[in-house]
Design a protein around this ligand. Sequence first.
Ligand code: NGQ
Ligand code: ZN
Length: 457
Amino acid sequence: MNVGQTLFCERVLLAEGWASDVTIGIDSGATIVSIQPDSTCDSTSTRLSGPAVPALQNLHSHAFQRAMAGLAEQAGSTDDSFWTWRETMYRLVSRMSPDDVEVVTTKLYSELLKGGFGHVVEFHYFHHALAEVGRSDGFEMSARILRAAQTAGIGLTHLPVFYAHAGFGGLDPNAGQQPFIHGVDSFLALLDRLEPECRAADVRLGLAIHSLRAATPDEMSAVLSAERAAGPIHIHVAEQEREVEDCLAWSGRRPVSYLLDEFPVDDRWCAIHATHMTTEETARLARSGAVAGLCPATEANLGDGIFPATDFVDYGGRLGIGTDSHVATSVAEELRLLEYGQRLRDRRRNRVVSGPGASVGRTLVDASLAGGAQAAGLGMSGIRVGARADLVVLDGTNPFIAAATDDQILDRWIFALGNEAVRDVMVRGQFVVEQGRHRLEEDIDRNFERALRKLAS
Ligand code: NGQ
Ligand code: ZN
């Protein structure tokens, strides 16, 4: 066996549960090849400084939006909404070059690592800089995303997004949407061109349909039947009440019902948000095997509503978390808000739990690891033989962590500490974050500040 390195963890959350004094062997290809509990730390092993937990997958990102996080919090009118926020976002898009997208994405991905994510699914629809509309095939922007992930050192699932219309019924795109647009043929050509690039870069390739608003049923069928990659398929659905109303007016059906009736939704699929569902839709989506991609901080920021997580989990539904518009960039913040939304709605405590005595943090971490791996097209997740060596070392010098045992460690991280508990992050067997700092933090920040100043001017 080709063992590239070994780690020694006094306490670690393995796929089968907490274990002590574990030696983890990682081969030169960054796969975990051995796990030995109750071992001793020999001189060749790297001793981790605190409890180790699996890095999570972020299943929904629009990386470029990190540039405007915190800048859409000023009232335009008393009627500000998701739709007015979107106009602000379109103005940002109109100003960004491929260089800006790469710099902002690199910064974001370094922040996601520091927040406890080891992998990100990029729902990528900003295909053309405004100046290139009509000339670009979209490859350049995708290549910039791949390069940003490489620089930051995060795992990537790349989902080029099919986006063709402004609303149900094939409405023409508006001016702000021009940078997103593809026809079916140009979209499939982009996927073909990206396939070898992604394979060479160890990037999973899938695809997304922006929403039922942005593609006609015929276009969706054409894209889905021609596509050969067999990777994940993601779609935004039923995020805003207006989308539900518009879908009813157009088809007589609600968006989630329409999607499940008309398309072969199964475990390749991830329904992003799925906020507004009837009980019947909730049960049907759960039974489909698709993952619900929840982005609680963005959903709160945009005033979307509260996902029916307790019902969905009761029906056996699978879920994962994403950071979407990146008003937050942390595992802890997303999981905490997911649980708190349910508490605020129900006026009760400890909502997303597997049963009496279960820890909320543990339930949420287990669920989002399984759902995240599925939605990212990764074969497996968690710290186990055969999985990629992606892990988070929590700060063993923090007294809250030092004095906690087992699942309390997760609950302290998620509910009491947040990112300050994240010390080191390993992706593919390499530490990309050490003592809370990214390995390229200074360069990344310098470039990012310059880009922000340029975008603001
Ligand atoms: C997006 N974002 O595509 O970035 C959307 C807004 C839309 C979120 N839904 C635009 N959070 O859905 O039309
Ligand atoms: Zn989104």
